[in-house]
Design a protein around this ligand. Structure first.
Ligand SMILES: NC(=O)c1ccc[n+]([C@@H]2O[C@H](COP(=O)([O-])OP(=O)(O)OC[C@H]3O[C@@H](n4cnc5c(N)ncnc54)[C@H](O)[C@@H]3O)[C@@H](O)[C@H]2O)c1
Ligand SMILES: O=C(O)C[C@H](O)C(=O)O
Length: 336
């Protein structure tokens, strides 16, 4: 199995790669980044992280299997690859974290949009490269990820089901917030509240499907507003606390690696072969689902080895449906 991380020299790309190397140490990782030395440095360090079987405490990690390879590829060698799509063809899953650098206006709430124009250009360039290759499931992390996933899809000409914009960190943050509001009586792993819509200000928590310990919960309008406010703000608090250069790498690295793992296992839990009862919310181009088209937004999807196997249409509460429509309008307007 081979995972191609486009932007693998950066913070999130390298964290995704590390998480995959720990979670599934036999997969092969390929990092592509114009910051060639950074990508090479990560590749060497990651390879070493897989060599702990050389001593007694590292041996159980591999259980006799060979560790996967880790390599860094200079995008200049991809210039040849614009007509020679080997890297794409060799990949089972692609992760796109390629992004313009953060600027001070990206440190504040809503800051995902500050890189829109520059990242649309990167997406158009990557899409032209992908177009020559075999359509491959692609997890889009680069922000603003709904718009970037949509542009990549358009530029690649691949089936829409190959594109999955990553927004699950918000779902994890919401679980943490709900559990903490329960005064520590509830574990975040017993909380479930999906989020649809934009990865950003127009996220729409589906409170009508929120459960704790499998039981539906009811929250006041004030509580909902306060929770939403917190989930919108917290990634920017984290960026500020880390001095501006570094965003939420751990929750994102783990979440993206979990999605990649699912795709590599054909949409199932590799250990049990179980597809799970619940769909997962990821951003994908819509074509009439929820009455929306011409836009990518997070909606509940069932995964298989090719990406999105099915978009599930939930019955949403009126305010949730209105929120989804507002998200579609905002995302569409900024792409015109
Ligand atoms: N969706 C999410 O939940 C989520 C979470 C965290 C970060 N992000 C986003 O992920 C992106 C990456 O964040 P980061 O902190 O790793 O940034 P970063 O600046 O550390 O890394 C971005 C990397 O992309 C590389 N790059 C630029 N153009 C490229 C190209 N054409 N091909 C390959 N690589 C290219 C850069 O050289 C850089 O190494 C940002 O847009 C960020 O906002 C999204
Ligand atoms: O990169 C960012 O601006 C924040 C990121 O989208 C996140 O949710 O952590």
């Amino acid at each position: 199995m081979n995972v191609l991380v486009v932007g693998g020299g950066g913070t999130i790309g390298s964290t995704v790669a590390y998480t995959l190397a720990v979670q599934q140490p036999t997969i092969d990782l390929t990092l592509v980044d114009p910051r060639t030395d950074a990508a090479r440095g990560h590749a060497i360090d990651l390879r070493h992280s897989q060599c702990h079987a050389a001593h007694a405490v590292g041996r159980p990690a591999f259980d006799g299997d060979r560790p996967g390879t880790v390599s860094a590829v200079d995008p200049d060698s991809r210039t040849g690859a614009e007509t020679d799509p080997t890297l794409v063809d060799d990949a089972d899953v692609i992760v796109v974290t390629a992004s313009a650098p953060r600027s001070p206006d990206s440190f504040e709430r809503g800051g995902r949009l500050s890189v829109l124009e520059r990242n649309l250009e990167i997406a158009a360039d990557l899409g032209a490269w992908f177009a020559d290759g075999e359509p491959t499931p692609t997890v889009v992390v680069a922000n603003p990820c709904d718009r970037i996933a949509h542009r990549l899809w358009e530029a690649s000409g691949w089936p829409r089901r190959r594109f999955l914009g990553y927004s699950l960190s918000e779902t994890a943050r919401l679980a943490d917030e709900l559990a903490r509001r329960a005064d520590g009586d509830v574990s975040p792993s017993d909380v479930s509240c999906p989020i649809v819509g934009e990865h950003g200000e127009h996220m729409v928590p589906v409170f009508s499907r929120a459960t704790v310990d499998g039981e539906p919960i009811s929250l006041s309008a004030d509580d909902r507003e306060a929770i939403l406010d917190s989930v919108r703000s917290i990634p920017y608090d984290v960026i500020e606390m880390r001095g501006g250069a570094d965003s939420s790498r751990w929750v994102t690295g783990r979440g993206v690696a979990l999605i990649v793992g699912r795709l590599l296992e054909g949409g199932t839990d590799g250990a049990t072969g179980d597809r799970g009862a619940d769909p997962v919310c990821l951003s994908t181009p819509l074509s009439g689902e929820y009455g929306l088209e011409g836009v990518s937004l997070s909606v509940p999807v069932v995964l298989d080895e090719g990406g999105v196997a099915e978009i599930v249409e939930w019955d949403l509460a009126d305010d949730e449906r209105e929120g989804l429509e507002a998200a579609a309008e905002a995302v569409r307007a900024s792409l015109e």
